[in-house]
Design a binder for this molecule. Structure first.
Ligand code: NDP
Length: 253
């Protein structure tokens, strides 16, 4: 899709190594934004940056682990050194590790909380000053947080994942009250079933089978569908904040 007002924007997309993050980075770059690609897998980021550049766009691969404060600090410094102030942040990195709560998988709970919630907060901390300064300069400034329909719907074994996403949804709403008055838009996106790598880290074969069954039963959204929604949202005029987007596959109840 074409969103000409994105030309000249400076974006950071976390979780840009795959799925929605990679698709969003491609879309923003194709519409003229400079895009910093953040995730852990450097090879994926460099491949994507090379593709974007070959297509005439601007992209910078920045390796980061959002669970590590020093890593986020140095990534933010690298982005600022290359591109200056950031005016668009897509806070998208996440992991989904379902298991029955009585399995007591503290390792998975910590990883989800550290990535999906504290990681998102680290990224917000790193770039809020950029967003408010950009807005004060009269530019459009956006913080887009990727939550999930899991913030509202309950699924057995997804309790902790859903809790992290409910926290993101509430965080987005709360941040509007702090950032909105300073002309920074905050958008919370809650996708339903989307075909990405997210389910590939599940270590419980029964749950993998269940997820595969859902993908067989429901034509899922694509990462590009979500990227397009984000592109539409952040290309509105600066006084319009689409604050909450829920996008479900038509057949997902
Ligand atoms: P993917 O697994 O394809 O993407 C997740 C991205 O997050 C990867 O690029 C991964 O890259 C990155 N990531 C994971 N951990 C870290 C970390 N510690 N530091 C930095 N980056 C990290 O899945 P999706 O595209 O589906 O996921 C994107 C977001 O969408 C997630 O927040 C997810 O919860 C949410 N979501 C997904 C839905 C779906 O059905 N797919 C539905 C609702 C919400 P790397 O491994 O290289 O670090």
């Amino acid at each position: 899709m074409s969103y000409p007002t994105l030309s000249g924007r400076t974006a950071v997309v976390t979780g840009a190594a795959s799925g929605m993050g990679a698709a969003t980075a491609r879309l923003l770059a194709a519409n003229g934004a400079r895009v910093a690609l953040l995730a852990r897998r450097t090879d994926r980021l460099e491949d994507l940056a090379a593709k974007i550049t070959a297509d005439g766009g601007q992209a910078l691969a920045v390796t980061v682990d959002v669970t590590d404060q020093a890593s986020v600090d140095s990534a933010a410094a690298r982005v600022r050194e290359a591109y200056g102030l950031v005016d668009l942040v897509v806070n998208n990195a996440g992991v989904m590790l379902p298991n029955p709560v009585d399995d007591g998988r503290i390792d998975e709970w910590s990883r989800m909380i550290d990535t999906n919630l504290t990681g998102a907060l680290r990224v917000i901390r790193a770039f809020t000053a950029d967003l408010t300064a950009s807005a004060a300069d009269g530019r459009t400034a956006d913080l887009v947080n990727i939550s999930s329909i899991g913030a509202h719907l309950v699924f057995p074994t997804f309790a902790v994942y859903s809790a992290t996403k409910a926290a993101i949804t509430q965080l987005s709403a709360a941040l509007r009250s702090e950032l909105g008055p300073r002309d920074v838009r905050v958008t919370n996106v809650e996708p339903g079933l989307t075909d990405t790598e997210l389910g590939s880290h599940i270590d419980n074969p029964l749950l993998t089978e269940q997820i595969n069954g859902m993908f067989a039963a429901i034509p899922a959204l694509t990462a590009e569908d979500i990227a397009d929604l984000i592109g539409y949202t952040v290309s509105r005029r600066r006084d319009v904040n689409l604050r909450q987007l829920i996008a479900l596959p038509t057949r997902q109840a």
